[in-house]
Design a protein around this ligand. Sequence first.
Ligand SMILES: [Zn+2]
Length: 218
Amino acid sequence: MIVVLLGAPGSGKGTQSKLLEASYNLKHLSTGDLLRSRSKVRDELGKYISDKIDNGYFVSDEVMLKIIEEELANKTNYNGYVFDGYPRNLAQAIKFDELIKKVGRKIDLIINLDINDAVIVERIAARRVCKCGASYHLQSNPPAIENVCDVCGSKLYQRKDDNEESVRIRIKKYYELTKPVVDYYQKQNLVTNIDALQSIDEVHQSIKRVLEVYSSDN
Ligand SMILES: [Zn+2]
């Protein structure tokens, strides 16, 4: 089974992908993770990717497709894949479709995590993180002591691009690039919109219901 999760920054794609990985045994594939793990293979492609990453460049769409093709050809014990935030533009979506057909698979479901912009800005601007990986929200999930990590006691900080202005730019970019992807899949009747304003667990339960209905029909 191949599921694609789409949604603006702050909509919870990563969190929901991880939950799907745990509850449906779908391998979570985000482009960042794919690139990082492929860059550790010390062949020509691996070296090319680590070069790009180290210098802060993006890899081309063709390279990304090649990595995905390799990944889909790997033998795994997973029941399928959940793509997190990929494809992120229309050109990628068209190429991704071609690849999926070429390897004899199909996209089963596109889940679009729907959220309004004001909430995204509020969610991200109130996010505080720790170098240990812990993440907090000033209102909904504050640390016990202001600005101090509950887990390791370090000082919390705000990611450089988590301020309101950067978030608005990221959202604008998202709509320009990814809205056409949602429309493209909508025409293929693959998209289910889910209200991402619900709690993490409610969103997960909603996605599970969509998957269960789909599985019982197919
Ligand atoms: Zn910490």
